[in-house]
Design a protein around this ligand. Structure first.
Ligand SMILES: *Cc1c(COP(=O)(O)O)cnc(C)c1O
Length: 384
């Protein structure tokens, strides 16, 4: 029996509803399309979500991180402790500010920075810890802030992937030091491009506004001053309106992702996949927003490695992704002194982790389809 081929299932896809599209059209017709009332509204809604803390939005998550480091006063001669298993933005922003990243290997179970090894990496030059909640699974905030407090360090949370995650019921971003999120289309909510920074004080929010737009400080009807050189990192009202539409769906998006992730566990947590050497992520359905569903392949047992699996899945109409090659092995970072073997768990994850499709509009049948395809691909590729 022949049936029509199923449409390609991407690794992720944003859900933009008709109300948001209509809202964007309204903004475009309004005569005010760059930063204005929609940016203010988006910031207020975000602040509500984070318990009233000050929030400012930017044109990327990367900008939010760079500005967080500037607000924390981190620059040349300073060290920032972070994970080698992240999107390269995490450590690029440290270099961009003139500081030096200090990598601490991941915990192979959470795939996040191993908090047990942070204290060994602290030197007199250490100024901050920048943890990443990979795939949305939050780093242990109790331990993180205990270590930071004990050593007088700032924390710049790169929570780009953790929008909608929580630590013991408290939303990530609603507590802590400087917390940065990204609204890139692949993230749990999007403003096309964009990001935000959650801060603690009004002074920090004022600095964020200055760094965001040329250092400009306005006063009265016609007053303007510049004390420090800011950049050009403001979000447009068009983008903010997309973000507002997404925010309304946050709970639904997170619920769908958790439900689909749980479906993956039902189908993948079997003796068959175990014997094929597949390793699953931590089954957390309380804290994680399930930004990604990442399995660890037995790539060493597969001729052609992970790429062969990805190619075969693509031939079956299924997208997959790599998150991430370890940062310290990029040419730029090797040039700064890092080498293979420095962070073995991050390197193993970098070679073996595969991100499977997971996004709010996916169905339970889509999960079944991915799992059946993965089983077929592994059985074909792994020599018995
Ligand atoms: C996406 C992401 C960023 C950067 O966000 P952009 O909006 O793309 O600039 C930084 N860190 C992590 C961990 C990310 O996933």
């Amino acid at each position: 029996m022949n049936s029509a081929p199923l449409p390609f299932l991407p690794m992720t896809r944003p859900t933009i509803d008709e109300d948001t599209i209509a809202g964007v059209c309204d903004v475009l017709r309004s005569g005010w399309i760059t930063s204005g009332p929609k940016v203010k509204e988006f910031e207020q809604l975000l602040s509500q979500l984070f318990g009233g803390r000050p929030v400012r939005v930017f044109n990327s998550g990367t900008a939010a991180l760079e500005i967080a480091l500037r607000i924390a006063g981190i620059g040349p001669g300073d060290e920032v402790i972070t994970t080698p298993l992240s999107w390269v933005a995490t450590s690029n922003v440290i270099l961009a500010g003139g500081a030096r990243p200090v990598f601490v290997d991941i915990d192979p179970f959470t795939r996040n920075i191993n908090l047990d090894h942070i204290e060994k990496a602290i030197t007199p030059a250490t100024r901050a810890i920048m943890p990443v909640d990979l795939a949305g699974l939050p780093v242990n905030r109790d331990r993180l802030y205990e270590i930071a407090g004990k050593h007088g360090l700032r924390v710049v949370e790169d929570a780009a992937q953790a929008f909608g995650s929580n630590w013991d019921g408290r939303p990530i971003g609603s507590f802590g030091d400087l917390v940065s999120f990204s609204f890139h289309p692949n993230k749990n909510i999007t403003s096309i491009e964009g990001g935000c920074l959650v801060m603690t004080t009004a002074d920090e929010a004022s600095l964020a506004e200055q760094y965001r737009l040329q250092g400009v400080i306005r006063s009265g009807t016609d007053g303007m001053d510049v004390i420090r050189a800011g950049g050009k990192f403001n979000l447009t009202d068009v983008a903010a309106r997309v973000g507002i539409g997404q925010l309304r769906r946050l709970e639904e998006f997170t619920e769908n992702r958790r439900e689909l992730a749980s479906r993956y566990f039902d189908k993948l947590d079997t003796p068959e996949f175990k014997s094929l050497g597949l390793r699953l992520p931590l089954p957390d359905f309380e804290r994680s927003n399930w930004h990604m569903f990442q399995v660890m392949l037995p790539a060493g047992r597969i001729p052609g490695g992970r790429a062969a699996v990805m190619d075969a899945l693509r031939d079956l109409g299924i997208g997959s992704g790599v998150h991430y090659p370890p940062i310290h092995l990029f040419t730029l970072y090797r040039g700064l002194g890092w080498k293979p073997g420095d962070f073995p768990y991050a390197e193993e994850a970098g070679c073996n982790l595969l991100t499977l499709p997971l996004f709010p509009a996916m169905t339970r049948d889509d999960v079944t389809r991915v799992v059946l395809a993965l089983a077929a691909v592994l059985q074909t590729l792994i020599p018995s």
